[in-house]
Design a protein around this ligand. Structure first.
Ligand code: BTN
Length: 328
C-alpha cells in the first residue's frame, strides 16, 4: 500500500478524531514533513483535513468521487495489490484490458468516478454518471477457459456479499446481475443495483487474463435511471469508495473459494440468493429470438442455468433472462 493510502487509512480509521502527526510519522517510519506533504496531496484530491496544533489532523470530509487512494485505504483483502484510476474515463474495462495486455498483475484494480463510454453485457451501454462506483479488476486464474466458466457467477456472488456487508438486501439474477431485494428472505426485487461484465484473453487450455468490470448504482443525487435501484435506497449516504472496497473484499473471498474448491460450495449460496429460483423464465438470444423457456431449477457446476422445460432439463450457458410473470 502506498504511504499516501496508509496516511488516508489512518485518518479514516480515526473516524473523525485527531491523528497525531508525530505518532503517524513514527508508525509509518517517515518524517513529520513527509506526513504533512501527504496531507497536502490528499487535500488537493478533495479531502478536507483540518490540522490543529498539539492535537493533530482530522478528516472532515472525503470527495464524492471514487478515487483509487480511498479504495486502497479501505480495502482489506491482500488479493488487491495495485490501484489505478481517476475522476472519469471512457471505460474502466478498456483501461484494465490495456494494463492486462502489458502484464499488470492479478489483483490490479481500476476505478473511476464516472465513465463516458461504459459498456454492459450483450453490447449494451452502461450509463455511468458521477455518484456511482465503476471498477474493473484483473484476475489470472491458473485454469482453462472451460474451468473458469462459472466465474461470472462467482464475481456476482462476491459483489452481492460485499453489498450485503454494507446493509443492502441483494438478489442475484443469472448470470451476473445484482438486484436490490425488499428485505431479508424476500424475493421481491426493487430494481437492478449492479452489473458485471467479464472479458477474457486465453489460449485454448489456459486463461491469460480476465477483466471483470463492476458497475454499482450508489447515489441517485444526479437523478434516477428507470428500473435502477441504488445503494442509497437502503444505506443512505454510503460513499462510492466504501462501496467499491466492500465489493472488492466480497469478490476476493468468493474468488479464493472458487480457485481452491471450485464452484460446488458457492453454487448453493448462489441459488439461495437467486431471484429466479422456481420461477418461469424465458431465455433469449442477442437478437431477441427465444433460446429456451421453463422453470428455473438451480445452476450446474459450470454455472449454467438449469431449466425444467416440461419435457426434460435444459442447461443454458448464455442469454438474456426475463421472468414470464414480471418485468425483470
Ligand atoms: C451489465 O449489467 O450489463 C454489466 C455492466 C458492467 C458495467 C461496468 S462499469 C465498470 C466496467 N466498465 C465498463 O465499461 N463496464 C463495466
Amino acid at each position: 500500500m502506498s504511504r499516501r493510502s496508509q496516511v488516508l487509512r489512518a485518518l479514516i480509521g480515526a473516524e473523525g478524531a485527531a491523528v497525531c502527526g508525530e505518532d503517524l510519522a513514527a508508525e509509518l517510519g517517515v518524517t513529520r514533513v513527509a506526513v504533512s506533504k501527504h496531507m497536502a496531496t490528499l487535500r488537493e484530491l478533495g479531502y478536507v483535513i483540518e490540522a490543529t496544533p498539539h492535537t493533530g489532523y482530522h478528516l472532515v470530509s472525503s470527495p464524492e468521487l471514487l478515487l483509487p487512494d480511498a479504495v486502497e485505504a479501505l480495502v482489506r483483502d491482500p488479493l488487491w495489490v495495485r490501484f489505478e484510476g481517476g475522476p472519469s474515463t471512457v471505460s474502466t474495462n478498456d483501461d484494465a484490458k490495456r494494463l492486462a495486455r502489458s502484464g499488470a498483475p492479478e489483483g490490479t484494480v481500476l476505478v473511476a468516478g464516472a465513465q463516458t463510454g461504459g459498456r454492459g453485457r450483450l453490447g449494451r451501454e452502461w450509463v455511468s454518471p458521477s455518484g456511482g462506483a465503476y471498477l474493473s479488476i484483473i484476475l489470472r486464474p491458473n485454469m482453462s477457459p472451460a474451468q473458469s466458466s462459472a466465474l461470472p457467477l462467482v464475481v456476482a456472488l462476491g459483489v452481492a456479499r460485499g453489498l450485503e456487508s454494507l446493509g443492502c438486501h441483494t438478489l442475484l439474477k443469472w448470470p451476473n446481475d445484482i438486484w436490490l431485494g425488499a428485505g431479508p428472505g424476500s424475493t421481491d426485487a426493487l430494481g437492478k443495483l449492479s452489473g458485471v461484465l467479464l472479458e477474457m484473453q486465453s489460449e485454448i487450455d489456459r486463461v491469460e487474463w480476465i477483466v471483470a468490470g463492476i458497475g454499482v448504482n450508489v447515489s441517485f443525487a444526479t437523478g434516477r435511471t428507470p428500473g435502477a435501484a441504488y445503494v442509497d435506497d437502503q444505506v443512505p449516504g454510503c460513499a462510492p469508495a466504501a462501496v467499491a472496497a466492500a465489493v472488492l473484499d466480497g469478490i476476493a473471498e468468493c474468488f479464493g473459494q472458487f480457485v481452491s474448491d471450485g464452484f460446488g460450495t458457492l453454487a448453493e449460496e448462489y441459488v439461495s440468493r437467486s431471484m429466479l429460483e422456481g420461477r418461469e423464465v424465458t431465455v433469449r438470444e442477442l437478437d431477441g429470438t427465444v433460446r429456451a423457456s421453463g422453470r428455473v431449477q438451480g445452476v450446474d457446476a459450470d454455472g449454467r442455468l438449469l431449466l425444467d422445460g416440461g419435457s426434460g432439463m435444459l442447461a443454458v450457458s448464455t442469454g438474456d433472462v426475463t421472468l414470464r410473470d414480471a418485468g425483470a
